[in-house]
Design a protein around this ligand. Structure first.
Ligand SMILES: Nc1nc2c(ncn2[C@@H]2O[C@H](COP(=O)(O)OP(=O)(O)O)[C@@H](O)[C@H]2O)c(=O)[nH]1
Ligand SMILES: [Mg+2]
Length: 322
């Protein structure tokens, strides 16, 4: 019996235990997803039939804007309504060096004791198959654990965060008054990925002004061809204020999307993008395995550079054999 089959049996067992709510199995599967690139596909294959039922809420914005605090309060409100909740917190600091991760853990501590809440923090380093894939699969694992809602928190700074937010059904962009960060975010187009704009730390000066500015920008802004007007909500996560209103706005957005079929279209588009990535990576992996390009590539590139091999013909000939 090959190692591969032993591993597949083991994964199958873990998935069965995960489905009965075994938290250790959940946690082991996520660790495998993060660390063992070769097992990802097997894990994904087993859990796929049980996924697609959770509603995914993305929460992004600059560091320190209160995303973790807001996530914690939203999760608690959902728990009050009897919902099962998954939380994936992506933090740029390493899991071993970071005060931020510890901070998240401390703040979410009481949630972590709740059997109906699944929490995973992830650093941005050391994801063999890419951060966004690790998050994607962790979300699928929580989904297969029958979570009603999955909250995904990321710091909205780079492309991988933008990619992560594409898997969300409703995305919140969290801004705070008086940072100057808001202007940066607006310039970086981060607002575009939001379905709901949250002005957090409304207990501080300048929150109303920021909210009015966001509303005005949307009415008179340059991107009017994108005529979707995003609701702007004020919260003070710290004081647990405005959270119910925020959840209502999320539910209204959900309702609106489901009525218009946009929800399904969005998910199908996401699936399309996912399988394209899978196809590309699988095909190139097979080509590399078959022809040992890694060893030969240096020589081939020299010959191309000296114009003895034409790169266009070369690519064509490789692909033709597939
Ligand atoms: N004044 C005030 N502080 C807040 C509020 N929400 C969060 N904070 C504080 O802001 C800091 C950063 O919060 P955190 O949730 O870790 O932000 P994140 O980096 O976006 O996840 C913490 O010290 C929080 O206690 C709020 O509504 N008002
Ligand atoms: Mg945080």
């Amino acid at each position: 019996v090959s190692v591969k089959y032993v591993q597949q049996d083991q994964i199958y067992d873990l998935v069965v235990r995960m489905r009965t709510g075994n938290r250790r199995a959940v946690s082991r599967l996520i660790t495998m997803v993060e660390n063992e690139n070769t097992l990802r596909i097997d894990i994904a294959r087993y859990i796929y039939p049980y996924t697609g039922n959770s509603y995914i809420i993305g929460i992004t914005g600059p560091p320190g804007s209160g995303k973790s605090t807001l996530t914690d309060k939203l999760a608690k409100l959902l728990r009050k309504q009897g919902k099962r909740v998954g939380i994936v917190a992506v933090d740029p600091s390493s899991p071993f060096s970071g005060g931020a991760i510890l901070g998240d853990r401390i703040r979410m501590n009481d949630l972590a004791l709740d059997d109906e809440v699944f929490i995973r923090s992830m650093g941005t380093r050391g994801h063999l198959g890419g951060l966004s894939e690790s998050v994607e699969l962790t979300v699928k694992i929580f989904d297969a654990c029958n979570c009603d809602y999955i909250l995904v928190e990321t710091v909205g700074v780079g492309q991988s965060e933008v990619d992560i937010m594409k898997m969300a059904d409703t995305t919140l962009v969290v801004l705070v008054p008086g940072y100057g960060d808001d202007i940066q975010m607006i310039k970086a187009g981060i607002l575009e990925i939001g379905d709901i704009l949250v002005v957090n730390k409304a207990d501080r000066d300048g929150a109303d002004q920021l909210a009015s500015m966001l509303n005005m920008m949307q009415q008179y802004g340059e991107s009017r061809e994108n005529s979707r007007v995003r609701p702007v909500l004020l919260t003070s996560a710290y004081e647990n204020k405005g959270i119910e209103e925020l959840l209502n706005a999320i539910l209204a957005h959900r309702e609106q999307r489901q009525v218009s079929d946009y929800y399904h279209l969005n998910r199908m588009n996401h699936l399309r993008a996912e399988i394209m990535v899978m196809l590309q990576s699988e095909l190139s992996k097979r080509l590399f395995e078959r022809y040992h390009f890694d060893q030969e590539l240096d020589g081939i590139i020299s010959e191309m550079y000296e114009r003895r091999i034409n790169p266009y013909d070369w690519v064509e000939s490789c692909v033709n054999i597939v």
